[in-house]
Design a protein around this ligand. Sequence first.
Ligand SMILES: C[S@@+](CC[C@H](N)C(=O)[O-])C[C@H]1O[C@@H](n2cnc3c(N)ncnc32)[C@H](O)[C@@H]1O
Length: 353
Amino acid sequence: MDEQNASNKQVNEQYSSKIICTANHGFAPYAQEELRRLFGSLKSTMLIPGEVFVVTLGTTLENAIERITEKSPIFLRHLFPVLMEIPGGDKDFALQQAVSYLLKREYIEGTRVSVQIRKAEGSSWTDSPGALRDQVQEQLSPMEVEYTVTDPEWIISLFVAKDTWYVGVSRPESNLSDWNGGAIRFQREEGQISRAKFKLLEAEKQFEIPFSSFRHALDIGAAPGGWSSFLLERGLQVTAVDPAKMHESLLDHPNLKIVNKNAADVKFKESQFDLLVCDMSWSPKLMARMVTDLLYSLRSGGTAVVTVKLLTKKPMALVHEIIDIFEDSRMQIQGAKQLFHNRDEITLYMIKY
Ligand SMILES: C[S@@+](CC[C@H](N)C(=O)[O-])C[C@H]1O[C@@H](n2cnc3c(N)ncnc32)[C@H](O)[C@@H]1O
């Protein structure tokens, strides 16, 4: 066991298996349910209502993280293992404790490190999380590390709750996302047609979908055209189906065919497409029926990406019902996730066999 693991273990035993968990706003109860299904009963306290909670598990951190990451949860967007808890009443004391703990993590010397700070309302740190990050980085200056936002080797996490500061140091792959709280940000481009484009950008990263390797895409529920414009940028020929108007900047695009119709009324050739995407914001069961009715036009081995609107108080059951419908139509689920840009829906990534 290397020095880093040895030191983590020592702390694990001291502090038990605590994890800070994050879901999209309002979906924390479903992330808790996913953990309950994995670990049985669990002790959990909300830190930001509906969004962030700390969970205590009756197993080691290594085992807990391994089981969670293996399962690829749908609603649990981000986590970090807690290595140290500090009473948070006095912010100067808490900061000094956190820094002296971190200075002993010699294994991060010489690596690229992301410092990710979040805080809950009512905590002793009244300034911004960014100001705390600057303080932490400044006080860690005896350590030779390169600070980065993207592609870190290690992540220092600090969640400042009302009464407690939670500190973690982990590899990005342990956190389910290398973004702070899993909140992946994309820059809004000039002339960007819709925010919906961020969903496909995030799906590309989350599921590692090789969009540029496809040639002919069918985009169902395409207007105003954020997804179509993304696919055109990736070099695809796109057929966009929507009775609503596409954005005028797309109207003359040579690689875009616009079909101004309801998706129930369109016909295509067998295996005409190698990619099908659908972002219809509609009744999930009707969406699933409409998409499965058009699956003849997706060649076998082709990819589908669809969003599923969660218009119900029982999203877990709904998601499984929709997955069953697709699985009965020769679709193999590669990924199912509530992305940061999804809000009240999830994204399914599937391949036809
Ligand atoms: C959330 S918007 C899609 C946004 C789009 N992905 C983008 O990136 O700009 C949903 C679209 O689905 C379309 N829609 C709803 N029902 C449809 C149907 N039966 N057939 C085709 N399009 C439909 C709506 O007209 C609407 O434009």
